[in-house]
Design a protein around this ligand. Structure first.
Ligand SMILES: NC(=O)c1ccc[n+]([C@@H]2O[C@H](COP(=O)([O-])OP(=O)(O)OC[C@H]3O[C@@H](n4cnc5c(N)ncnc54)[C@H](O)[C@@H]3O)[C@@H](O)[C@H]2O)c1
Length: 308
């Protein structure tokens, strides 16, 4: 099917911005909705296209979801409370946005017949029973953010199971790249720019996670829309894992600094999953593969940071 008009929820966020840009390059008509609670104005104003309409709105309000989705044949649902610590601090709000917002998107999409690609997360697995983690691993989240996303995924599966409506769940690992102003890479670069002589690392530095460059993640979203099987979940990771210490070393080399490193010890933050590595066989079988190495991706990220 040719999807001509597409809604991106959370379009002022890190991934949403890149996705809107890619869809416009594919000559799609794109609508974005975001309440700017975590999104950035520049992620909207940097996009100049007559084919892009931005609506400031809240996915918790069904009428605003309906208005933004009018005439669309597909929706990428990215709007979310996207932080593990924030969810710990305000779990009702996290649930309201991540579950009720998703239900509004699912119901509206079903009413108008739009395919849904939902941005889920690897945190649905909790501390995974298997590494690398295939999609049929038990979903046992250890954070409230993971729990709200698991619930939202359950509603996606239910919408498919009950109404045979086309929904695809993407379980994203740590996406990074230009415009990501959160996460370990941004934190290190920001701290070292301010003071290159010391670096405090949250946790032990032994946390070992899967990082996926933004361009590869965007390719996965597009493929999920075009070829993703309805009612299925796909991991979106690199299939490789790096420790925080390894990332720190790569950043020191890039920035040409040699700081004294201290560790807070213990867990980086409550609810953090310290070991992640995706089994990406399922998405590879659809014709996708990660193309940007961590070293290359970090270079691009740092170049963006310097230009910013
Ligand atoms: N970045 C990652 O590594 C990663 C990993 C796993 C999953 N995800 C998921 O991918 C999606 C995009 O992530 P991101 O990194 O771009 O996060 P982000 O926080 O930059 O983007 C989310 C956007 O949703 C918007 N939003 C929040 N509540 C809203 C509401 N009620 N109504 C409308 N808009 C609202 C925010 O303002 C923000 O612009 C999220 O669903 C996130 O949970 C991201």
């Amino acid at each position: 099917m040719n999807y001509d008009k597409i809604l991106v929820t959370g379009s002022a966020g890190f991934i949403g911005h890149h996705l809107v840009k890619e869809l416009l390059e594919m000559e799609k008509e794109v609508v974005g909705i975001d309440d700017l609670s975590n999104g950035k104005q520049k992620n909207i104003t940097d996009i100049e296209s007559k084919n892009y309409t931005f609506i400031r709105g809240d996915v918790r309000k069904k009428s605003q979801v309906e208005e933004s989705m009018a005439g669309c044949d597909a929706v990428f649902h990215l709007a979310a409370q996207s932080s593990v610590p924030e969810a710990t601090n305000a779990l009702e709000k996290d649930l309201d946005i991540n579950l009720n917002g998703t239900i509004n998107v699912l119901q509206t999409a079903k009413e108008i017949g739009a395919k849904v690609v939902f941005a889920s997360t690897s945190t649905v697995y909790g501390t995974p029973k298997q590494i690398p983690t295939p999609e049929d691993t038990a979903l046992e989240p250890i954070s409230f953010y993971g729990a709200s996303k698991t619930s939202a995924e359950a509603y996606c599966f239910a919408m498919h199971g009950t109404h045979n409506h086309p929904i695809v769940n993407l379980r994203l690992y740590n996406a990074y790249g230009p415009r990501n102003e959160k996460g370990v890479m941004y934190d290190f670069v920001e701290k070292l720019t301010q003071d290159p002589s010391t670096l405090e690392v949250l946790g032990t530095g032994e946390q070992t996670k899967d990082y996926i460059y933004i361009k590869d993640a965007i390719d996965a979203f597009i493929l999920a829309l075009q070829r993703g099987e309805a009612g299925e979940a796909y991991n979106v990771g690199s299939g490789k894992a790096y420790s925080v210490k390894q990332i720190a070393k790569m950043i020191f080399d890039l920035m040409d600094v040699d700081p004294e490193v201290t560790y807070t010890g213990g867990k980086g933050w409550k609810g953090d999953v310290e070991t992640t590595k995706a089994d990406i066989t399922k998405l590879k079988n659809l014709g996708w593969k990660p193309t940007i190495s961590l070293k290359e991706g970090l270079k691009k990220f740092y170049r963006w940071y310097m230009e910013k």
